[in-house]
Design a protein around this ligand. Structure first.
Ligand SMILES: [Zn+2]
Length: 332
């Protein structure tokens, strides 16, 4: 892939892709908000007087630099909101995750940023993204510290591979049930078709905010990956409206709810002998039948244990010790 071209983009999209918050920051400052730039690529907009009844919403985009659709979508939502800044009804932290990878038109510089949100990083510790994660962890802590109990984190992505449910989300099981219910309802409103309840961290940003800060956090896959400025924005219309509603404090709900899946097993690559029965091009939510072999790894054989399990994020090429896929089952 070649370096991203910012030349022909709408100004609001160019600005967000380069984490240039000048115009947005000025509009909210002029409207009386407390605006901060706590780290490169991070903007915070808070009510001038702290208010525990106000929700705190973290929206992150570009954690994977090649997933550009959410950058375009959020740029348009913010551009519209900043024209009537007093309509912002929450404390907002906006985070452009991997600015350097976005500029390079790449997924990451050294390693996947969305595996760095953990205390022990092993051989990933010296990577560019480890340093970036440290900056984000610190800015995120400062944002949520002292904020009220209504805390959200929407980490917006697009998927590399085809999916039986093109719009789906990963939700940490440890989120407190009432907040989790509101999050899943919002996801349904955003057009998300399937939710995977995740019992264990894979080092993702949204797990970190859920675990460390009690946020209703989710990794949200909004559709297919595309080039900055050329994304089909119609696929993001529901998500765009739902985000706009959340930021303006209008909780519209039309009854749409995603299907909920539980994680049946996590497939970890234990050694270089790891072999998966299917490749990384396999569609997400492809069903497998009881007894089918998912992967072998030396003496370890992973097989399907339920009548049917569906595979999500299959990737035999991950580093040893990391997750090579998740098997999920319907929750109801
Ligand atoms: Zn991603």
């Amino acid at each position: 892939m070649s370096a991203a071209s910012f030349g022909a983009l709408p100004e609001s999209v160019r600005a967000l892709a380069q984490a240039d918050f000048g115009d947005i920051a000025r509009r909210f400052t002029d409207a009386g908000f407390t605006v901060g730039l706590p780290a490169r690529g991070v903007l915070t907009v808070k009510a001038a007087r702290p208010d525990a009844a106000r929700a705190s919403v973290l929206v992150s985009v570009g954690v994977h630099g090649d997933e550009t659709g959410p950058i375009e979508m959020v740029a348009h939502v913010l551009d519209a909101l900043a024209r009537t800044p007093e309509a912002l009804a929450v404390d907002l932290m906006l985070c452009v995750g991997n600015i350097d990878a976005i500029a390079a038109g790449k997924r990451f510089i050294d390693a996947d940023l969305n595996r760095m949100f953990r205390v022990q990083r092993g051989d990933l510790a010296g990577t560019f993204e480890a340093g970036r994660a440290d900056s984000l962890i610190s800015a995120t802590r400062d944002f949520f510290e002292g904020s009220g109990p209504a805390r959200w984190h929407l980490d917006l992505h697009t998927a590399i591979r085809a999916s039986r449910y093109p719009k789906f989300a990963i939700v940490p099981e440890l989120i407190e049930p009432a907040a989790r219910g509101r999050l899943i309802q919002w996801l349904g409103q955003a057009g998300i078709e399937a939710v995977i309840m995740n019992p264990a961290s894979a080092g993702t940003y949204s797990w970190w905010t859920a675990e460390q800060h009690g946020a209703a956090g989710s990794t949200v896959e909004l559709g297919r990956i595309g080039t900055l400025g050329q994304n089909d924005l119609s696929q993001f219309l529901d998500a765009s409206n739902a985000l706009d509603g959340l930021l303006r404090g209008h909780a519209a709900f039309d009854g749409r709810m995603p299907l909920v899946f539980n994680t049946a097993q996590s497939i970890t690559k234990l050694s270089d002998a790891f072999k998966m029965s299917f490749g990384r091009a396999t569609e997400n939510f492809t069903p497998l039948k009881k007894g089918e072999v998912i992967a072998t790894d030396g003496d370890t054989v992973y097989t399907v244990k339920h009548d049917e399990e569906l595979v999500v994020f299959p990737n035999p090429d991950v580093r040893v010790g990391l997750r090579a896929g998740i098997m999920v089952v319907r929750a109801d």
